[in-house]
Write a protein that binds this ligand. Structure first.
Ligand SMILES: *[C@@H]1O[C@H](CO)[C@@H](O)[C@H](O)[C@H]1NC(C)=O
Ligand SMILES: *[C@@H]1O[C@H](CO)[C@@H](O)[C@H](O)[C@H]1NC(C)=O
Length: 172
């Protein structure tokens, strides 16, 4: 058998694995950016000028989520093994999102004082929408049997956003 014939299935496998890896890397990056935002918010001294990095970091998180959606949309369907890794990574991401949103909720009185709560609310809504699109793209790449699990993980993240949004929404 020729070497080329031997290597062909290997290179195809490599492509499939690289796809799962790029999706996993996107999830990890979103979680990392989320935790950076958490640190920026929790270490904020409550002054107007030092609030700028909070806006900057949440914009950066938003674009990382949007990049992740593009990566997930461009991915092949995930294999079962990849899907399990993705589900585990999303469970970790959910914890990071919970932490960041809890911190955001805790600082609301400080944002209120500077009339920044509307800006934070806008940003929470944008992040929620972007993360919904990311979840949809991820779920569409899971094997059908795992899609309900993917959807319920996505719903937990959405609930978390809805809770934070309800606290920031003056009309709630
Ligand atoms: C990917 O998976 C979805 C649902 O699990 C299925 O409908 C679709 O046909 C698959 N696409 C490919 C290219 O296998
Ligand atoms: C974070 O998780 C805790 C424990 O499950 C829960 O009580 C809380 O409401 C969650 N907060 C957010 C913002 O999702």
């Amino acid at each position: 058998m020729q070497l080329k014939t031997l290597l062909l299935p290997l290179s195809l496998a490599a492509v499939a694995i690289a796809d799962g890896e790029s999706v996993l890397a996107a999830i990890t990056e979103i979680g990392d950016e989320s935790l950076v935002l958490n640190d920026v918010i929790s270490s904020w001294n409550g002054h107007l000028l030092t609030a700028i990095p909070i806006i900057f970091q949440s914009t950066s998180l938003l674009s990382t989520i949007n990049d992740g959606t593009e990566t997930a949309e461009a991915s092949e369907n995930l294999t079962l093994a990849e899907s399990i890794q993705v589900a585990t990574a999303v469970t970790e991401l959910q914890t990071s999102v919970n932490t960041t949103l809890e911190t955001t909720i805790a600082r609301k009185p400080d944002f209120d004082k500077l009339l920044l709560s509307t800006t934070i609310l806008l940003s929470l809504n944008q992040l929620k929408d972007a993360s919904g699109e990311f979840s949809d793209a991820l779920v569409s790449k899971l094997p059908e049997a795992l899609q309900p699990t993917g959807e319920s993980l996505a719903a937990e993240i959405e609930d978390s956003f809805n809770y934070a949004i309800s606290i920031y929404n003056p009309f709630d």
